[in-house]
Design a protein around this ligand. Structure first.
Ligand code: FES
Length: 74
């Protein structure tokens, strides 16, 4: 599992793995889905308590991305 010590401090969304929202956002923008993010960070591989927070967060990111595509000029 990669260490995240180079990332700025931000809200931790998965306390088992110490994964923060900024890191998940970065991985999402690189094209990772929830399974890939889990494998890469270790999130969702402990107690599972972050499952819905991460799912909601990824849905929000996808919505934001779709909205920005629809408003971007061709
Ligand atoms: S808080 Fe994410 S697996 Fe436990």
């Amino acid at each position: 599992m990669p260490r995240q010590i180079d990332f700025p401090a931000d809200e931790i969304i998965c306390h088992c793995s110490g994964t923060g929202r900024a890191y998940i956002r970065s991985l999402f923008k690189q094209g990772m889905d929830v399974a890939a993010i889990s494998r890469w960070t270790g999130a969702l591989s402990g107690c599972g308590g972050c499952e819905w927070d991460i799912a909601d967060f990824l849905q929000d990111l996808a919505r934001q991305e779709n909205a920005s595509r629809q408003t971007a000029p061709d």
